[in-house]
Write a protein that binds this ligand. Structure first.
Ligand SMILES: Cc1ncc(COP(=O)(O)O)c(C=O)c1O
Length: 387
């Protein structure tokens, strides 16, 4: 079978080799601390599960849904008002099957072959995959230590900015753990206006943010609604990653075009899932806050614990990830991850899998409770690999 040229755009699955090693070690009875994949281990709130169960008992909810029900659109608008103080209307909202799917497809709405798009390096991999599928020409803007791992639009060359169609921004950042500031967002909005660039803000971690910082919407920045859209995922805030609930919110022309594209290939979100989303958006948010506190405890256990054993890892500021520079003596993140799983039984993700500027780092996910994180750190210490 000769597959499409498009398939050549995608490399091999980076996790495969590490996963083979993990399974091999587990089969030998080794204990593995998996801090690799960003799947939350917290519980989904009972009222969300109940709404899904109740809706699933009604036969009418097993049909094609074909659209977002008005109550769902109203719930998203109500949530934006309550949580962010941002006013949006139902024509500024459309659902997708998780931000992963949405980001994977939005380039098809916005780009022609060869159009320039701006992506962070390092970044969450679907940003790259979606733009490649759309045939876009990708310019990577650096997210480096010198700029606090934040976008620096002043450094994007003028000719690139003039050609760029859209720019993806995502803060709190996966894998970097950096968080946005009002000044950074103001610069981005001004840049977008100057060069007529659409900003696509991927807001997956607004509720996982540390040290008293507040996780906002992109639309808290003055003028942002004129230049942008935001992917608003319920996955991490409400621990429902498997239910695939996210929305594209913002500029109504972009939302309408995206809805039109998706209506060619999808018949809408399963109705019981729509009801679960309404329950999440309109229900109490105390569990979300409590969970954020627990993520911070994990962050403290991991970053503080690694520093205590001599690995200088700065505190993550938000997201469920920690971005750790390789310890002295290592330069290849994949080789380091292999060594660490073999010698210490601790699995994390090589920074190189998030883009060229990710080399020299590894990403830890805060997916184990503090006591397990402490055990993992003791195991790294006892392995002697940091010596
Ligand atoms: C930055 C970022 N965007 C999007 C996603 C995917 O979210 P969803 O579950 O809504 O597809 C993730 C998941 O880890 C993520 O880290």
């Amino acid at each position: 079978m000769k597959f499409s040229k498009r398939m050549d755009l995608f490399g091999d699955e980076v996790f495969a080799a590490l996963n083979v090693k993990k399974v091999e070690l587990e089969e030998k009875g080794r204990k593995i601390y998996n801090l690799s994949i960003g799947t939350p281990d917290f519980e989904t709130a009972p009222h969300i599960k109940q709404a899904l169960v109740d809706a699933a008992a009604d036969q009418n909810n097993w049909k094609y849904s074909l659209r977002d029900i008005p109550e769902l659109l109203a719930a998203v608008c109500g949530y934006y008002q309550k949580r962010f103080g941002v006013t949006i209307t139902p024509d500024q909202v459309t659902s997708c099957n998780g931000s992963q799917e949405g980001i994977g497809h939005i380039g098809l709405t916005l780009c022609d072959e060869g159009d320039t798009v701006l992506l962070p390096d390092p970044c969450y991999p679907v940003f790259i995959a979606g733009c490649k599928m759309a045939g876009a020409d990708i310019y990577y803007y650096p997210m480096v230590k010198e700029h606090g791992f934040l976008p620096c639009v002043a450094e994007i060359p003028e000719d690139v900015a003039r050609r760029a169609k859209f720019m993806i921004v995502s803060l709190p950042a996966n894998p970097l753990g950096s968080v946005g500031t009002p000044e950074v967002y103001e610069e981005i909005v001004a840049f977008a206006k100057k060069y007529d660039i659409l900003i696509i803000h991927d807001n997956a971690y607004s509720d996982i943010i540390f040290d008293g910082a507040v996780g906002n919407s992109f639309f808290n920045t003055p003028g942002a609604l004129e230049v942008g859209v935001e992917f608003f995922s319920l996955s991490k805030s409400f621990n429902l990653t498997g239910a695939r609930i996210s929305f594209l919110v913002g500029r109504s022309d972009v939302v309408a075009a995206f809805r039109k594209l998706r209506s060619q290939i999808d018949f809408g979100m399963f109705l019981p899932i729509q009801y679960a989303a309404i329950a999440a958006l309109t229900g109490p948010l105390d569990m979300v806050k409590e969970q954020n506190r627990k993520y911070q405890e994990r962050r403290d256990a991991l970053c503080g614990g690694l520093r205590e054993i001599g690995w200088q890892v700065p505190d993550s500021r938000g997201s469920m990830f920690v971005w750790a520079p390789l310890p002295a003596g290592y330069t290849d993140s994949m080789a380091f991850c292999m060594d660490m799983v073999e010698q210490a039984g601790v699995l994390c993700t090589p920074g190189s899998s998030f883009g060229p500027l990710g080399e020299g780092y590894v990403r830890f996910a805060l997916t184990l409770p503090p006591e397990k994180i402490k055990e993992a750190i003791a195991s790294i210490r006892d392995s002697g690999m940091l010596a």
